[in-house]
Design a protein around this ligand. Structure first.
Ligand SMILES: C[S@@+](CC[C@H](N)C(=O)[O-])C[C@H]1O[C@@H](n2cnc3c(N)ncnc32)[C@H](O)[C@@H]1O
Length: 350
């Protein structure tokens, strides 16, 4: 298996054949079926975890290489490290493939993790690495539930959404981000990685799976939106977050054994909650040389963050995805595997 990571700021060009395929896919699924899919979104993801248990997604060990904010910055010998431990909130945590590797790496991070699939949350809680002194996993639909019933407002240093927003109906994306942003501290950062426009998986959908522009349903009833950077940045901006950085991540993965070439496109971004009323400019240029700031007073129930004044921001040219050319290798193998598993289902057109 080989992978060739690359990063770009513009959407990739489609071939003539690809363009024709997308242009000819004009019929969207009926309103009745679309409403049913929305009503049954939670059930469909729960059934996904019933079928696949913890075996579908692989541990996401690439995250600290992609997002430097996630690397532990606490000195373990520091007497005050415990009282200043940072808080990460993983939204749409699935079975914990993002959280558990980080929990193991960094003893000074407290995790909140939520998912609307009760089964996924149960899998997280029954993981031997789950420790209620260090994390709280809870069921929550971020499009409608009151997250602050579990996570105190303005308590979180870093919120992450890894392939989650794409599963949400486009009309509910802004309110979902607003909802999770309530728990971010002023100056706190939201990190996101998700499916990008013209990703291989998007181009594989046969007719009868389109819900709306760039939004599709898989055979198992779970849905996927494919983001342009403009769309992603607009959602974050409407939700009141300031853009630090965003880019397309492009991967060409070749599985020689299977003879499969899988061109993947993801979007990846970092956004920040304003730290004061006047803190409104958040373009990557403005922030590429500056550290984000945090307010010093913390709400009750919230530990101060050891990361609070160290959330550094890198410019697009510093390379989100390229670390020795091997970023996300584990994820790539999982992607190919997932395409086989998940997309076999997609390809089984009814
Ligand atoms: C593609 S999976 C990714 C899981 C996990 N983030 C990972 O990277 O392994 C998408 C997850 O989002 C969850 N999800 C979808 N819509 C949600 C919602 N409205 N509220 C909370 N979780 C949701 C699903 O249950 C599923 O676990």
């Amino acid at each position: 298996m080989e992978d060739c990571p690359a990063q770009r700021l513009h959407v990739r060009e489609l071939s003539e054949e690809e363009r024709t395929k997308l242009e000819e896919d004009i019929n969207v699924i009926s309103d009745f079926k679309q409403n049913k899919l929305e009503l049954e979104a939670k059930k469909n993801w729960d059934l996904f975890y019933k079928r696949n248990t913890t075996k579908f997604f692989k541990d996401r060990h690439w995250t600290t290489r992609e997002f430097e904010e996630l690397t532990s910055s606490c000195d373990n010998s520091d007497d005050h490290a415990e009282s200043r431990r940072r808080v990460i909130f993983e939204v749409g945590c699935g079975v914990g493939n993002f959280m558990f590797p980080l929990l193991e790496e960094d003893p000074h991070t407290y995790f909140y993790a939520c998912d609307f699939s009760p089964r996924a949350v149960d899998f997280v809680k029954s993981n031997p690495l789950y420790n209620s002194d260090r994390c709280t996993a809870f069921p929550c639909d971020i499009t409608q539930d009151d997250i602050t019933a579990t996570v105190p407002p303005a308590c979180v240093d870093i919120t992450t959404l890894i392939f989650v927003l794409s599963a949400i109906h486009p009309e509910k994306m802004v309110q979902a981000i607003e909802n999770v942003a309530k728990t971010l501290k002023p100056g706190g950062v939201l990190l996101i990685r998700d499916y990008g426009l013209y990703d291989y998986a998007m181009l594989r959908f046969s007719k009868g799976h389109k819900l709306s522009e760039n939004f599709y349903v898989r055979q198992d009833g779970t849905r996927a939106f494919y983001f342009s950077l403009e769309k992603l940045n607009s959602i974050m901006s409407q939700a009141g977050l300031l853009q630090i950085q965003s880019s397309y991540i492009e991967r060409a993965t070749v599985n020689k054994k299977e003879g499969i070439h899988v061109p993947r496109i993801f979007v990846q971004g970092k956004y920040r909650k304003a730290s004061s009323a006047g803190d409104v400019l958040g373009t990557s240029d403005r922030h590429s040389d500056s550290n984000t700031s945090m307010e010093s007073s913390r709400p009750p129930g919230c530990a101060d963050s050891c990361e609070s004044d160290k959330l550094s921001v890198c410019s697009p040219s510093s390379g989100l995805s390229t670390v020795n050319g091997t970023v996300g290798a584990e994820d790539i193998s999982s992607v190919v595997e997932n395409l086989t598993l998940h997309s076999n289902a997609d390809a089984d057109d009814r």
